[in-house]
Write a new protein. Structure first.
Length: 294
């Protein structure tokens, strides 16, 4: 791959498959950095919601002095929507899959992406095996994990997850793409939960158990982490933003792979069963106004 590598430029085209919270955030950071971005979202309502989220985030950036008016307009101008991965143009420079954390679904989406022959394919999984998912693509040397963090426009980290077949050129190219959006990267091996998900989930599961056991209110548990340990956001509010169903899927996966310390608390299972999924449903550990749901 090294011999046919073009210099990274804002003419490189980025595909993002999935218009949920993570997908929209990834679209935003690449579009704001000046890249043409192709978003795959089959559902019209979700696509419309994604466009509105992009618009709101861009003009919030203007108000905070992070973006100029022209840059905010380019965020939307640089995004084009497609209904299916199979409709993407061939030979895009990078396509990032952001489907829900279900292995079979990701396999299907990655196979569709691979059929379009992009230079690089990345999965935004936070816990699933890169080597197992690599079996869905034709050339695993061009495949890796690019784990962004929610909210993508605020959190400056991308965790690059290297599979057994991931080439040095692929890793270097992915790092360049991430850093072009202003992110800092770390590189980790393909182990369950990688580095960041294991650290994050332990804190989240313990915070949920504390709430379940009546140790303190959700507000005070989060305040302890923010004030005493200077975390920018508490683990319960962050769980609401990530999605409690996503938290539950990851906890179940890691508990199978790494043992009972990742076992999901009963309270989390009950909340997901009731449809209390956090910000996207309007209710989780905290109440979220309807404008925040996505």
């Amino acid at each position: 791959m090294a011999e046919d590598r073009a210099d990274l430029s804002r003419g490189d085209r980025i595909g993002v498959v999935g218009g949920g919270a993570m997908g929209v955030g990834i679209v935003y950071v690449f579009a704001a950095a000046g890249f043409p971005v192709l978003l795959v979202e089959p559902d019209d309502a979700r696509a419309e919601a994604a466009t509105q989220i992009l618009r709101d985030a861009a003009y919030a950036g203007v108000k905070r002095g992070k973006l100029s008016e022209g840059a905010a307009q380019r965020v939307l101008a640089n995004m084009q929507r497609y209904r299916s991965s199979l409709e993407l143009p061939e030979r895009l420079d990078l396509v990032i899959e952001t489907a829900p954390e279900r292995f079979e679904l990701k396999q299907q989406v990655l196979a569709e992406i691979a059929s379009r022959g992009p230079a690089l394919i990345a999965t935004n999984t936070s816990a699933l095996s890169i080597d197992a998912l690599a079996k869905s693509v034709a050339d695993p040397s061009r495949f890796l994990g690019m784990h962004f963090f929610n909210p993508v426009w605020s959190l400056p980290m991308v965790e690059l997850v290297r599979g057994a077949a991931t080439s040095e050129a692929t890793l270097a190219r992915a790092r360049e793409f991430a850093e072009a959006t202003g992110k800092t990267t770390i590189t980790v091996g393909d182990t369950p939960g990688f580095a960041t998900s294991r650290l994050d989930l332990i804190a989240a599961m313990e915070a949920i158990r504390m709430l379940q056991d009546g140790v303190a209110s959700a507000e005070d548990i989060d305040k302890a982490m923010v004030v005493a340990y200077r975390h920018p956001i508490g683990p319960l509010r962050l769980s609401d933003i990530v999605g409690l169903d996503v938290r539950l899927d990851i906890a179940r996966h890691l508990s199978r792979a790494l043992g009972p310390r990742y076992e999901p608390p009963r309270l989390l299972e009950q909340m997901v069963a009731r449809g209390e999924l956090g910000r996207k449903s309007g209710k989780g550990f905290f109440d979220w106004p309807s404008t925040a749901a996505n």
